[in-house]
Design a binder for this molecule. Structure first.
Ligand code: SF4
Length: 356
């Protein structure tokens, strides 16, 4: 992977206890009505449990902006307030405890934007300039069309609006539902001195959205571009966190996960590879322990192919072999092997957690 800093060295922007510009931070977004504070907090709690460090809530109206008072006070995670057009809501969000505001400055009236910046300065919180290909101004559409150039130009102009108001606690995002367009626009913005939040917007359902996001975010992350990420999925927001973690793991940005490798299965398969791999993934999904686990269909090839794994299981005729870095630990009847394997796995996770 290219060094982080292939883009210009980033200014560190603080969002609550988090430092944007150091590493890559996952975020997700609640999808229940913001004024239903108990439901929002329950969802934030589930996101926190899944390992999400930053959450965004949409603020479409005044009741939502007022609800932030309770949400921000009780939330275990710093809360980003997402606002479109109405500067009054952004001011209220800043006053009510939001840790960051997401707006599109180009869509706000200039006097209102000044008030938003003043409120964010008073609250000492940053602003994310969030531009989307769906809401580009007519002027840029006429000159560039709905292209990555238009998206990047729009983001730069919005950043300039904030800089002209002597504000530099800025995070930038330029999103499109088109993978190639998102990648191209963000590459054009990589020289900005501010952290970039990256994501493919309206990516789709859990399956198709994950694939689009992996393609787009993977390309950017491998270029060293991206300081926070969101995998936008139509579904439970917790799935976004798991998906983001999988992407970070796949590109080698974060190694603090249990990585489950599984063979694709073939005619030699002697055990329930798919079911067991899924059970292991579920069991280890929230853990931040660096561990590689292999689930292989047969002992003939499985032990060799899975020898880099810290722990592995391979099927056999009526039996399963449990192995550790290529060395056989034990051979058990299939009926007992899965429970034994999961027990050893839990012990290893515990051991590593204690070591940490
Ligand atoms: S590990 Fe065995 S069962 Fe799995 S794909 Fe390879 S040969 Fe087939």
């Amino acid at each position: 992977m290219k060094e982080k800093g292939f883009a210009m060295k980033k200014r560190i922007v603080r969002v609550g206890p988090l430092a944007l510009g150091e590493g890559v931070i996952i975020q997700s977004m609640t999808n229940v009505r913001t004024e239903r504070t108990e439901e929002v907090l329950a969802q934030i709690g589930r996101l926190a449990e899944a390992g999400c460090p930053l959450v965004r809530v949409s603020v479409p109206d005044l009741p939502s902006a007022e609800a932030l008072k309770v949400i921000c006070k009780k939330s275990p995670l710093p809360v980003v307030a997402d606002i479109h057009y109405d500067w009054r809501l952004a001011v209220r969000a800043a006053e009510n405890g939001a840790a960051k505001i997401r707006i599109n400055p180009g869509n706000m009236e200039p006097e209102g934007l000044k008030k938003v910046v003043a409120a964010c300065k008073r609250a000492d919180i940053p602003i994310r300039v969030g531009v989307n290909s769906g809401s580009l101004p007519e002027r840029l559409l006429a000159e560039y069309g709905r292209t990555p150039e238009a998206l990047a130009r729009c983001a730069r102009e919005s950043v300039k609006l904030l800089e002209d108001l002597d504000f530099d606690q800025i995070v930038v995002s330029a999103k499109s539902s088109d993978v190639a367009g998102t990648v191209a626009a963000n590459r054009m913005l990589a020289d900005l001195p501010y952290p970039l939040h990256i994501g493919v917007t309206e990516a789709g359902t859990v399956r198709s959205g994950l694939i689009k996001s992996a393609a787009g975010l993977g390309a950017l992350l491998l270029d060293g571009i991206g300081d926070t990420i969101r995998v936008s999925l139509s579904g439970d927001p917790v799935e976004e966190v798991y998906a983001a973690r999988q992407i970070l793991r796949a590109v080698g940005v974060d190694k603090s996960f249990v990585e489950v490798i599984a063979c694709p299965t073939c005619a030699r398969t002697e055990c329930d590879v798919v079911g067991l791999a899924e059970r292991v993934e579920r069991l280890t999904a929230g853990l931040t322990v660096p561990l590689k686990v292999a689930v292989m269909g047969c002992a003939v090839n499985g032990i060799g192919e899975g020898k880099e794994a810290d722990l592995g299981i391979a099927g056999g005729k009526g039996k399963c072999v449990i192995f550790r870095q290529g060395e056989v630990l034990c051979t058990l009847p299939q009926a007992e092997a899965e429970a034994a394997f999961l027990k050893i796995l839990e012990e290893m996770c515990e051991e590593r957690r204690e070591r940490k």
